[in-house]
Write a protein that binds this ligand. Structure first.
Ligand SMILES: [Zn+2]
Length: 53
């Protein structure tokens, strides 16, 4: 099968949610990112959970 089909089968299980209002900001694995919630405007730094293991 084509690689494109494989990509669509990838399942992203990690959800990044706003710590203030709980809005889903993005999905995926991030190392370190600063993101501003479009809903409540709260700026937060998201660090990889894997780094804490
Ligand atoms: Zn928010």
């Amino acid at each position: 099968m084509a690689e494109r089909d494989n990509m669509q089968n990838l399942k992203i299980e990690e959800e990044i949610r706003c710590r203030r209002c709980g809005r889903l900001l993005m999905k995926g694995h991030v190392r370190l990112v600063e993101v501003k919630c479009p809903k409540c405007g709260f700026i937060q730094v998201i660090a990889s959970q894997a780094a804490n293991k």
